[in-house]
Design a protein around this ligand. Structure first.
Ligand code: ACO
Length: 432
């Protein structure tokens, strides 16, 4: 996790059960869990396991994609600080960086953007099964299903060890996510699907497919287009979070990347992960106005509720993405007008950050606390918030999947358990 400090050494351990001692090598600040297996009470003993529910202290892979220092609020993609990338690189260039390890040059950047733009169309049959969803189907449910369904259109995607085939699916997944997302929204609204416009930027085209009505050509507002691009960049990767781990674990079975990405999107849907931005807006509406903030905070402290958009498994100081999002919010509100929920959010943050409960539990606003307020001001319904997150996270999932597929140390993921159930018993045992 940490960098540039010598993290190598030896761990001396003594097993109190046998009195035997062992030397376990420490590399990069970690011991190998498998080295524990030699620690046995007897020859028949399976060997010592490490017990780590929810992987609080287990590194599941080596990765060179994203670096996070949660104590210092640092996030870097391939070594570049998120602040520099968000302000100076486009989302598609960041996607290229995550996947290739380096930012593209000018020509590479244009070729990459053009390749993505030319894969934004989905097979016409996709529209047919989106039509089959109920009018109030959650767009995230539609997205998860349609991403999975793409595997049936590209059966060659099963060749996961073929680099050329892999690259094709990577391009398609990044290109088609905004189309699937916008189609899910248009279906819910009873609007005709708006087709992609290859002349627009990635974010601009998404806005086009969302909002185009009768105008012959949709022109996105440049401030909103840029804000969306920055938001996508902020969500592009976040090392081994729940959805990325799902991508790697499911991908480790060598299933096609559409199926693995659908599993990742499903993981993201949960309210403790990417679904939190939707829950933040529901929470703010429930609080309603600034006067109700103290009473709400008291309920959180009594353990009746969680403050959505607060807290993070890794960041224990501040979430650098939340800081950048506040700047983006100011730009967006200049165009859209101020979201009235912002006052409630600012007051919640102010009261919480001065409160002992939040300070002692190291709870700070995370990326989801302000992103939803911006999305709402831009006109997105709350159900689309996790969908927007999924569009941004797709390059990260794919980069992590590629890295996992190429890692000679990776095998099919298969954790151990500690069995605590019944001992042997028989169907024809003594009746009670
Ligand atoms: N509100 C109130 N208390 C909280 C919150 C919160 N949002 N988050 C954590 N706590 C408290 C817990 O009650 C617990 O208190 P205790 O030790 O007194 O029992 C302590 O802080 C530790 O909480 P855990 O749940 O063990 O922390 P964990 O690291 O497992 O959870 C998580 C991290 C899931 C993000 C959590 O903070 C949470 O539920 N936040 C709200 C949901 C959210 O915003 N999720 C988005 C995360 S960012 C992302 O996915 C993009």
């Amino acid at each position: 996790m940490t960098e540039q400090i010598n993290q190598d050494g030896v761990l001396h351990v003594t097993d109190s059960r046998t009195g035997r001692s062992y030397d376990l090598p420490i590399r990069d600040g970690a011991i190998r869990a498998l080295d524990l297996r030699q620690i046995k009470v007897s020859g028949e003993d399976f060997g010592l396991l490490s017990y780590d529910p929810a992987f609080l202290n287990t590194a599941s892979c080596k990765s060179s994609i994203t670096f996070i220092d949660g104590e210092r609020g640092i996030l870097r993609y391939r070594g570049y600080p998120i602040e520099e990338l968000a302000r100076r690189a486009s989302f598609l260039d960041v996607a290229y960086l995550l996947l290739h390890g380096e930012l593209p040059g000018k020509e590479e950047s244009q070729a990459w953007a053009s390749e993505i733009a030319h894969h934004t169309y989905v097979h016409e049959n996709v529209k047919k099964f989106i039509d089959g969803f109920h009018h109030d189907a959650h767009p995230m449910g539609i997205l998860v299903s349609t991403v999975a369904a793409l595997s049936t259109f590209y059966p060659e995607a099963k060749n996961v060890s073929d680099a050329a085939r892999q690259r094709e699916q990577v391009i398609r997944l990044i290109a088609k996510m905004p189309t699937l997302a916008a189609f899910a929204y248009r279906h819910a609204m009873g609007l005709p699907y708006a087709y992609p416009d290859a002349e627009l930027s990635y974010a601009g085209n998404f806005l086009n497919m969302m909002w185009k009505m009768t105008e012959p050509r949709y022109q996105p507002d440049p401030v909103l287009e840029h804000a969306l691009d920055v938001l996508l960049t902020l969500h592009a990767d976040h090392e081994q979070n729940c959805s990325t781990s799902a991508m790697r674990v499911v991908g480790s079975s060598q299933v096609d990347p559409y199926s693995a990405a659908a599993a990742a999107a499903a993981a993201l849907y949960g309210p403790l992960h990417g679904g939190a931005n939707e829950q933040v807006l529901r929470m703010l509406s429930q609080i309603g106005s600034v006067e109700n903030v103290p009473a709400y905070i008291e309920r959180v402290k009594r353990g009746e509720l969680r403050m959505m958009g607060f807290g993070h498994r890794v960041y224990k100081n501040f979430d650098p993405r939340a800081t950048i999002i506040k700047e983006v919010a100011d730009e967006v509100f200049q165009v859209t007008g101020r979201n009235p929920m912002l006052d409630v959010a600012l007051e919640l943050e102010r009261v919480a950050l001065a409160d002992d409960y939040f300070i002692s539990h190291k709870l700070y606003p995370n990326v989801d606390f302000y992103s939803g307020i911006i999305y709402q001001a831009m006109g997105f319904p709350v159900t689309m918030f996790p969908v927007l997150f999924a569009i941004g996270r797709m390059p990260g999932w794919l980069a992590q999947w590629q890295e996992g597929s190429a890692d000679p140390e990776q095998k099919i993921s298969r954790p151990r358990q500690i069995y605590v159930g019944q001992g042997l018993r028989h169907l024809d045992g003594p009746s009670s």
